[in-house]
Design a protein around this ligand. Structure first.
Ligand SMILES: Nc1ncnc2c1ncn2[C@@H]1O[C@H](COP(=O)(O)OP(=O)(O)O)[C@@H](O)[C@H]1O
Ligand SMILES: [Mg+2]
Length: 351
């Protein structure tokens, strides 16, 4: 279940998983029929309209306990709309969302008890100290004072937040606030953990710690539904993923299966010298995408040696500073699916 960390060897140790059993529903909840040990999270034919906008268009997916499932898509794809419906913040136009035998749409109280949620928008914690805010979130979710204090200390330690543990919320940078929000969401995780863009604004080192902590939730048996537009990080950290675009689920699978369609293709990347016009490409090259001085195109495996000769000539002539030929990445597959540039950190909209 553990996957390699996104950026080299880990520097931290994942926090101890939360002690004790995973959240059980209170007896007052009235489950429909079904086995009591079924904790699979299922979305079936989910459609959500806002007037003329179809934000979710007949989406079906499932997340097993222990699985980290990535939901990828450009801004406005419908990711936040989907996760908000799972915890009763929005009502579906049609379709079902269930956790085992529990109907999360019909029973929003059960949904909030059984699911943990980090919203895309920052949490209002201005007048709380960091450790206080995390402990409070754990108490609200039913943890004992002792359990919640221990888990809070462990999370602050693992995510390297010690220097801010007594700081007030209003004094924190965006990235630290994001991490505190993450701790609040998982201090006492539910059966399903929903994280909407958890890595936004977080620095690269703590981002790596955060991914390890997300993996630890899976190892503890939680079903993790993770919204992100960071394809490169998702590729290394999720078990399965779905690409959503304009409300529709375009593709679903493991990161490696998503690249299957591109197996016979290689990516050729040229770092052009600054100020160089985009060169005319030879006939064996596919369509090229240029971002800044970075030019990426696809070629057939059979053309690898002629491509290297061409790229080396471009480099020797000074048109390019360097080149690389390698396997297609998930990002290439993603761009092909959505015809959209991504992998950036733009996050203008809130969800
Ligand atoms: N409360 C709302 N009222 C009207 N339109 C909305 C609302 N929330 C989201 N939308 C629209 O639904 C679409 C999907 O939005 P969202 O789920 O936030 O996308 P994402 O999280 O993938 O960026 C967008 O076109 C957005 O403008
Ligand atoms: Mg969103």
């Amino acid at each position: 279940m553990m996957s390699p960390s996104p950026a080299g060897p880990p520097t931290g140790r994942p926090a101890d998983p939360p002690a004790g059993p995973l959240t059980e529903p209170p007896a007052s909840f009235t489950p429909s029929t079904g086995p009591p040990d079924d904790w699979t999270f299922r979305v079936d034919g989910l459609t959500k309209r806002f007037g003329a906008v179809v934000a979710n268009d007949d989406i079906t997916l499932r997340v097993e306990p222990g699985e980290v499932y990535g939901l990828l898509g450009p801004n406005g794809a419908g990711k936040s709309t989907l996760v908000k419906q799972t915890i009763g913040l929005l009502k579906p136009t049609s379709g079902r969302i269930t956790l085992g035998r529990f109907d999360l749409v019909a029973d929003p109280d059960a949904a909030r008890q059984l699911c943990s949620y980090l919203p895309q928008v920052q949490m209002p914690i201005d007048s709380f100290h960091v450790s206080e805010a995390i402990e409070l979130a754990g108490r609200i979710r039913g943890g004992s004072a002792r359990e919640v204090r221990g888990r809070t200390a462990s999370l602050i330690d693992t995510l390297d937040l010690g220097e801010w543990k007594n700081a007030l919320g209003h004094s924190l940078s965006g990235g630290v606030r994001r991490l505190v929000g993450f701790c609040m969401a998982i201090v006492r995780p539910g059966r399903v953990v929903i994280l909407d863009e958890p890595t936004n604004d977080v620095d690269p080192l703590r981002r790596r710690l955060l991914w390890e902590e997300i993996r630890a939730l899976g190892a503890h048996g939680c079903a993790v539904l993770l919204v992100t537009h960071n394809v490169l990080e998702a590729e290394k950290s999720v078990d399965r993923l779905a690409v959503i675009h304009k409300g529709r689920l375009l593709a679903e699978g493991t990161p490696s299966s998503m690249k299957t369609a591109d197996r016979s293709q290689l990516r050729l990347q040229l770092m052009l010298a600054p100020g160089t016009a985009t060169p005319g490409l030879p006939p064996w090259a596919g369509p090229a995408v240029r971002v800044g001085n970075n030019l990426v195109t696809t070629i057939a495996e059979a053309d690898a040696s002629v491509a290297i000769t061409w790229a080396a000539e471009m480099t020797n002539a000074g048109a390019a500073e360097e080149y690389a030929l390698g396997a297609m990445t998930l990002e290439d597959a993603y761009i092909r699916l959505t015809s959209h540039m991504s992998g950036n950190d733009d996050d203008a909209e809130d969800g």
